[in-house]
Design a protein around this ligand. Structure first.
Ligand SMILES: NC(=O)C1=CN([C@@H]2O[C@H](COP(=O)(O)OP(=O)(O)OC[C@H]3O[C@@H](n4cnc5c(N)ncnc54)[C@H](OP(=O)(O)O)[C@@H]3O)[C@@H](O)[C@H]2O)C=CC1
Ligand SMILES: O=C(O)C1=N[C@H](C(=O)O)C[C@H](O)C1
Length: 269
């Protein structure tokens, strides 16, 4: 059995901890480095202590020193952090699994450019269930292409800083593509005041933030006399972490290219 050496960026974050736990319970993976940004109170601490199981890997901020012994860097941080990490991974040939959301269009282009040199899995949601939901939405949108108003409702914990969620935006992209629409032309992000009647081709987004909600997404197709709702609810971050490890394994034999979870799960047609 080949062992994959996994480095984790943002190791003390919510996803960082879920990833530390997932790597610790995965026989074909080993934690090779745990990163945090300069100034973090977690620097120099044993990464394993974050999950109650010391592992002798100290959390460091020097990514260039951390990466030579790593096959894949898993990054769930912030767009500016991910792009800084990418700039170090690219010349070293270290592959990346990127779960960070909130990138601008230009930042996504930067990721794409780097994938000419290294293999990257980039996905706003690494859970198997959400990725199957994307396929269900494609089917539903094609079948309900007239007479149904489409609204995407997402709910997350009070600490989330980007809205709508990366998953909700991707759901919008999947639906718009299936309907031959351009999301940037039809998206409506929230409503207030005298909005007028709903324009039929629009795709609405509504965002809820509160408590410790891990991640709920519902797409509503509202027609005349009926409503169809397609929902996914995450109960634990373990589902995202397990997906990220699956993505890391998928990259083992890839040298370059930009992939998503549809590729990892064999769902791309
Ligand atoms: N694709 C998917 O399946 C999922 C994606 N996500 C996305 O992952 C990201 C992280 O989420 P979550 O774990 O909840 O967030 P947290 O805030 O809990 O963790 C983020 C981590 O990244 C660190 N960080 C922040 N900015 C930088 C930077 N500029 N450089 C390096 N490290 C940085 C933070 O350090 P510090 O504490 O010092 O700020 C922290 O350790 C979000 O974009 C979220 O939307 C989340 C879940 C699933
Ligand atoms: O920030 C989170 O927590 C999550 N972010 C991702 C997103 O923006 O879609 C995925 C998941 O829903 C949790």
């Amino acid at each position: 059995m080949m062992t994959l050496n996994i480095a984790i960026a943002g190791s003390s974050g919510r996803m960082g901890r879920a990833l530390l736990e997932a790597v610790a319970r995965t026989p074909d993976m080993r934690l090779s480095a745990a990163l945090e940004r300069t100034g973090s109170p977690y620097l120099k601490k044993d990464a394993g202590e974050l999950i109650g199981s010391p592992c002798n890997i100290a959390i460091i901020d020097d990514i260039a020193a951390a990466l030579p012994g790593s096959d894949v860097l898993i990054d769930f941080t912030r767009p500016e952090g991910t792009l800084a990490h990418l700039a170090v991974c690219r010349p070293l040939g270290v592959k990346m699994v990127i779960g960070t959301t909130g990138f601008s269009a230009q930042q996504k282009e930067d990721l794409k450019a780097a994938s000419k040199d290294i293999a990257i899995v980039f996905a706003p949601n690494m859970s198997v269930g959400v990725n199957v939901t994307f396929k269900l939405l494609e089917v539903a949108a094609k079948a309900l292409n007239e007479g149904y108003d489409i609204e995407i409702i997402e709910a997350h914990h009070r600490h989330k800083i980007d809205a709508p969620s990366g998953t909700a935006l991707h759901m919008g992209e999947v639906i718009a593509k299936a309907l031959g629409r351009n999301l940037s032309e039809v998206a409506v992000y929230g409503r207030e005041g005298n909005t007028g009647e709903r324009a039929p081709a629009t795709i609405g987004f509504a965002t809820v933030r509160g408590g410790d909600i891990v991640g709920d997404h519902t797409v509503l197709f509202a027609g005349t006399g009926e409503r169809i709702e397609i929902s996914h609810k995450a109960g634990s971050r373990a589902t995202f972490a397990e997906g990220a490890l699956r993505a890391a394994r998928f990259l083992a034999d890839k040298q370059s290219g930009l992939f998503n979870m549809q590729d990892v799960l064999g769902l791309r047609e």
